[in-house]
Write a protein that binds this ligand. Structure first.
Ligand SMILES: *Cc1c(COP(=O)(O)O)cnc(C)c1O
Length: 420
């Protein structure tokens, strides 16, 4: 199946007389005929759902769909994008370990990496994504266990050179984890360029309707966890009577461990109802992404010619610094998010935003409805001035998430707000 068809049909194939639509299995638990069978579930030698903290049939249908969309061997849904990023790393790092992340990542992820994980003894070195291979290599330490970056960074809109980062990570025997939230698998499939693990905030385009928070981790199945750097994959897990993930689960070792060990212990698994809503979003993802992208390109062209605009970023625009790289990684579209700076700095930016009538001022992005946010006052408020600059944000930066309204209505609204 091609990706548009997968969005509609992967993950659930009803039998004769079954519901056409994936059912909401609203149950915390599952019955079995024998104690022996339940014992086997606990030993991980039999398949089946046991408790909805680690799996549920509705969530499983969505996990199979997303794994197929990204071309992975398995996926694990989480209650938020933050939980996905955290679990993707905790699955391979422990206290005393280190990892490398690009500077141009989501502000919440910066807090998680620079402050919270550090408190638990995991250190992160942030690197400019445009650094040379030699400079990135300098960031590696004996205890480095992963490299992290965002395909299309929120809100800097830098395009990650996935191949460059995959090459360096693999040279050092560690995996590359890519946050593919803004691109979605419709526009970029990072595994095709060497990424090993993908995470998403499904709260954004995948849900798309601003109704359900969520996240997902996808495993390519390609990384060799037996290379000597990851003993927790090759030595028996005492919390599972000696299971050895790489031996017992082969290419699905990473995603199985994340589910049965970390999700079991942390408990950030979404409800069946949450997965049902996410699935509705996924069904129309391809057509929405196409329109978001078309509308955003038109808006970007309008902004580029506006006398009120100082600078703008949209990799879909031929004049953008990342256009050439976007042709390689995002050939079908650059999604719906644009960042721009209005002349006059923060004061004018805030006045402009407060004058918008159609576009809403919300702490969200990647919604079907056009929305705006001032990162320096909101999502990135916790960052220092240096971190703001590193994340590609200035005091006047406005993040505009172009929705699916008629393009003329979107531009008319921007026009009246500029005049105001
Ligand atoms: C929003 C976002 C996150 C965090 O996701 P939540 O679902 O809000 O927890 C992570 N990465 C990116 C790129 C995001 O845009």
């Amino acid at each position: 199946m091609r990706i548009e068809t997968q969005c509609l049909h992967e993950g659930y194939s009803p039998g004769n007389g079954d519901p056409r639509v994936v059912p909401i299995v609203q149950s915390t638990t599952y019955t079995y005929d024998s104690t022996e069978h339940i014992g086997k579930l606990f030993d991980l030698t039999a398949q089946g759902h046991m408790y909805s903290r680690i799996s549920n049939p509705t969530v499983a249908a969505v996990e199979s769909k997303i794994a197929a969309l990204e071309g992975g061997v398995g996926a694990l849904c989480t209650t938020s994008g933050q939980a996905a990023s955290m679990i993707s790393l905790l699955n391979i790092l422990k206290s005393g370990d280190h990892f490398i992340s690009t500077t141009t990542i989501y502000g919440g992820t910066v807090n998680l990496f620079a402050v919270t994980m550090k408190r638990y003894g995991i250190e992160c070195t942030f690197v400019d994504p445009e650094s040379s291979q030699e400079d990135i290599q300098e960031c590696f330490q004996e205890n480095t266990r992963a490299v992290f970056g965002e395909t299309l960074a929120n809100p800097a809109l830098t395009v990650l050179d996935i191949e460059k980062f995959a090459k360096i990570a693999h040279k050092n025997n560690v995996p590359l984890i890519v946050d593919n939230t803004f691109a979605t698998p419709i526009f970029c499939r990072p595994f095709e360029y060497g990424a090993d693990i993908i995470v998403h905030s499904t709260s954004k385009y995948m849900d798309g309707h601003a109704v359900q928070l969520g996240g997902v981790i996808v495993d390519s199945g390609n990384f060799d966890w037996t290379n000597g750097k990851f003993p927790e994959f090759t030595e028996p897990d005492t919390s599972y009577h000696g299971v050895i993930y790489s031996k017992d689960f082969g290419t699905a070792a990473y995603i199985t461990k994340a589910r049965v060990q970390l999700m079991r212990d942390i408990g950030a698994y979404p409800s069946a109802n949450a997965a049902f809503l996410l699935n509705l979003g996924l069904e129309t993802l391809p057509i929405r992404m196409e329109r978001h992208s078309e509308n955003a390109l038109d808006v970007a062209k309008y902004l580029e010619s506006s006398p009120y605009v100082e600078s703008l970023n949209y990799p879909g625009l031929p004049s953008d610094a990342y256009h050439e790289r976007a042709q390689k990684y995002l050939p079908k579209g650059a999604s719906g998010v644009i960042t721009f700076s209005i002349k006059g700095g923060k004061e004018k930016a805030v006045h402009f935003m407060d004058s918008l009538k159609l576009a809403s001022n919300v702490v969200h992005v990647a919604d079907i409805r056009t929305c705006v946010l001032h990162p320096a006052s909101a999502t990135h408020r916790q960052l220092s001035d240096e971190q703001l600059i590193a994340a590609g944000i200035t005091p006047g930066t406005i993040r505009l998430s172009v929705g699916l309204e008629n393009i003329h209505d979107i531009i008319d609204d921007l026009d009246q707000a500029f005049k105001a």
